[in-house]
Design a protein around this ligand. Sequence first.
Ligand SMILES: [Mn+2]
Length: 321
Amino acid sequence: MKTFKSLAKLKKFNKICLIGHYDPDIDALASMCVMADLLQDKFKVKQVDIFADGKNISPKLKHTVKPRVINPQKDSYDAVIMMDTPNTPRLGKYEGLFKQTNNKFLIDHHQPGVVEDCTKIIENISSTSEIVFKIAKSVGYKLNSSQMEKLYAGIITDTMNFTVGAFNFQTFNISSAMSKHIDCVGIAKMYTGSYSLKNFQTSALAINNIQSFSNGKIIVSSISKEEYSQRELRPDDMLGIANKLSNIDGCELVAFIYPVEDGYYITMRAIKGLDVSKIAANFGGGGHKGAAGFVSKLELKNIIENVVVAFENELKANKAN
Ligand SMILES: [Mn+2]
């Protein structure tokens, strides 16, 4: 079993903050909440605060963080842990807080970004929630059922119920261990099986806007800034749409593009061993082979052109292998 020895240093600090990525997803929030509990209960850290930038945290996600408070009064901290992203710009308005804190840690499951002077816990697995489960086990911290619910929700949302991402036999073992204490079906229904009416309507719009290339191997859909504002859409209305698109028969590469504060977010999926993480990295983003993304400030039309070219190259490269 991994020992995560480098985390023992955290015991000597009185005040620690955890910062997740912009528009935190369930994995980011769940892993931060449970990590915060562990730091307070097991490592006896006096104060642990959680920060995550982003305008809209959906009610579903708020349930995940209860009773933890996000974004308390800004303060200075003895140590900071960046969670669920390896790239400091993804911390949004809390990037400065990360940079100004002396003792830096990173707990993440994505391709490593460039962070200097930082103690890194990086594993290429399903989710940050899975790493936090392993940390808890290694330090003898007994998780309660509410903490397990959060971590399980993090695992199933990041893997879309064990169908995408870097999960392995350990992910199933951990899930199996947790299944004795929690309602796995109920959690799956709540976090991956039910969507708001607005989300369904947004899916309909995304389906309407599908463009296909390379004989249907490439699927691209987008929502323009005009459509986004006319319909008063929110980030969580976009949840699950890229995965739905990747269920189209015969498609191998998928991109779903939608507006964010500083441009457009391009979330990509790759099927059959293709790799979108390299494409994301080329455009300054990150992720896994099967699911990755990046932000672009270009016009929508140009983004689509660039993505299609990158996808065609990935198809060609794969054929050549
Ligand atoms: Mn994650």
